[in-house]
Structure formats: structure tokens, C-alpha cells
Design a protein around this ligand. Sequence first.
Ligand code: AMP
Length: 451
Amino acid sequence: MTFQELNIITPILKAIEQEGYQVPSPIQEQAIPVLLEGKDVLASAQTGTGKTAAFAIPIIQALYHQGQRLSSKRLIQALILAPTRELAEQIKESFRNYSREMSIKTEVIYGGVSQRNQEIALKKGLDVLIATPGRLIDLMNQGLLTLSDVRFLVLDEADRMLDMGFIHDVKRIVKLVPEERQTMLFSATLPKEIMKLANELLKNPVRIEVTPPEAMVDKIKQSLYYVSKKDKTNLLIDLLVNPKLESVLVFTRTKHGANKLVKELLSYGVKADAIHGNKSQNKRQQALTDFKAKKLRVLVATDIAARGIDIDELSHVINYDLPETPETYVHRMGRTGRAGLSGEAFSFCCQDEKNLLSAIIKHIKMDIPVVENKFFNEKIKTGNVEKQGLKSCDIKPNTGIKKNGISNQKKNNSFDPKRIQNNKKSDYRKSEFVKNTRSSDGQYRNKKNSK
Ligand code: AMP
């Protein structure tokens, strides 16, 4: 199927050609014709499936067709509600990209930043508004906008809005949108509450389901590392010696954990930054931009902040901490393997996380291959390698100068089980690769000695 066959108008076809899209994704194939007919849609699809274009293109096309009817004062005709600022920004970019050949105005509003510029944009008038629920309500309460002209309503990542406690805000907002409208609800998962909301908001919706997220996990090469909590950072640094880990999204459970890990990574010369809810919107956006531009190799994120992040060329996802719910594991996997690319994901599991791991394996209905590694267990650390039948790590740590300046390992420091076997000293944990590292200023320093 081609985009032309979906009856998309020329100015949009031109724009998507410039985006480099060749054929519609499955969600686009299914949703665009239905939405062009004006029907409501309930779609289960997550970020990475091309869902934004699936709803943006039909909305832009409808606005274009009634272009002549657009009054000189632009009125908000399409409202897209999104759970996070990052997702809202991305949706705005998509709308602007797909409508670049026509005069449609898209603006975005979200909290965590001054409302001044948003106020100015609203006063100037616009056609498409992307908003997070809280800030939208704030601005409505101040009388700065009205939703009485909205004819297209999209709830994007509805399950995440539910998780983040926005559902009451969403319901309040929807009450202010005219009944005479086309409504679209997109959600990665469809728990009971979302189905209930869908029943309230949608009229005879066409139900669309693209590859269920669990099936997507199949495409991603997954590896599991058993590692003690205190060795997780060492293991990560070790893995990062492999230059194939070009663009890595690392998940930690807490904001504090994310900051701490970034500090450690920076001390090893790994370009890294964190995104989480305690960071200002500007800092989060900057980190994301730098990561996409490959100025940062590692982005450390908590789940909520990472939701909806759209990074095409993410090479690896690393679960530094396993997620609390198995569904989140699937969502995290969905960050890599985008747009048909094969992705790779590593998960670290310490003793406390074994229950979480069992739940994940049950949920995805597959085993995650275990990679034996030198941080495998205490006995190995004491040098008793033979008994453990330790295999060498599949990634050789620190075998030379790597372009990101993580390691410059002396020849005899490369990982060699035999050497460890002969090593009578028990402190193998801080093996030499930790000692001879190069910091970001290019200086070698000895972690142990520098203390
Ligand atoms: P989304 O699921 O909307 O977040 O989109 C994920 C990524 O896929 C975005 O970077 C889009 O630009 C890209 N994309 C959307 N539709 C297509 C398509 N038909 N072909 C190639 N890439 C696409």
C-alpha cells in the first residue's frame, strides 16, 4: 500500500516524502481511511508505530479542505491531549512537518515553563492545539482560551494519562468540547478504566489494533545480566566499552538514581545526561536534543520522563533497574527497534529484583538469554572461577582506546578468566579496568588511588 492509495492530498504527500516515509505503517494503513471518513477511532498502538501521523494526517487534511471557511481569526479546531511535555512537543513537530505546505497553525502548551509565550501564541490564534491537561485547565481558568470550536479531539497515550493521575482533568476538558466532533483515543494498553473512558467519549468507534506490544518484544535482542546492586555501574561501564552501544537509553527506578549514575558515567568520560521530572523543561529538552544529535551517548531516564520519547536511532535500551511492572518492560523495549530496525536491550537483575524478573518473563512469555559476566556473583569475585565455569563476557572489556574515551586498557588488563583464576587476591571486583580509565579531559586517573 502507498500513501497515494490512502487518498492523501498532494501537499501532505509532499511533506511526508520530505520526511522520508516511503510506505504507510500498519496503524496508518488502518486508521487513515477510517478517520478520513470522519469516524471515531479507538486504537491500541504505542509510540514507535507511527501513530502520530495516523491521526495528524487526517486532521490536517480535513482542516485543509475547509480552509476557505477558516475565519481570519484562527480558532482552535483540533485539540490533542498528551501526558508529557516531551510527547506534546513531538506531536507539535509532527503536525508542523506534515502541514508545512499549507497554512495551518499548530501550537503547544504544557506546564513547567512560563505561560507567557503560550499566552501570546493563544492570542494570535491557532488551528491545532497540543496540550498537557494541567496547563490547559490553568489557561482555561484564566479565560485565555475556549474549546467551543474544537471538532477534532485526540487523547494520546491515554493509559499513561491514567497512570499519571490526569484522568479527571481529561474528563473535565472533554466536557468543554462540543459533542459534535470526531474523537480518537490512542493507548498502548487498554485497561478497564481506559475502556470505560472510551465508552464515554467515543461514538461507535472503529477499533484498531496494531501488533500488540508484547509481540514487538520478539524483534528485540534481549540479554540478561545477573549482577549485584553495587556492581551495576561497573557492569554498565564495561558494556559501554563496546562502540556498538552508540546511543543508549538507560532506565533507573528513581530520579536520584538517575543523577547518581550520570555523575559516575561522566567521571568515566562517558557523555551522559539525565531526564526526569525534577529537571526543568528546558534542561530535559536540551538533554533530549543533545542525545538525538549524538552529542550525548547515554541518556539516563526514569519511566515517566521517557514515555513518548521518540528517538529513531536508539541502538540500545538498558534496564539498569528492572521496572516495577512487566508492562513497563515492554514499553521500555519499544524505545528501541523503532521503525522496523532491530533493537537490543540489556537488563540488569540483582537479588532484590528476582521477583520483578519472574513477572516480566511470565508476561512476555519468553526467556531472556542470560549473559554470564564477571560481576556474576560473589564467588566469582573471590577468584573461584573454575568452579563456576565462568565464560568470558561476550563483549571484551577495555581492549584499547575507544572513541568515547572510556577506557585505555593496558594489554594485560583485558578480561581473561585464566588470569582471574590465578589471582589470589579477592578484590577482583575493582579489576584493572576500573583503575585505568580516562576522564573526559583525556587524563588518565586511577580511581582507587585518586581517593
Ligand atoms: P510515532 O509512533 O508517531 O511516535 O512515530 C515514530 C517514528 O516513526 C517517528 O520518528 C516518525 O517520524 C516515524 N514514522 C511515522 N510514520 C512513518 C512511516 N510511514 N515511515 C517511516 N517512518 C515513519
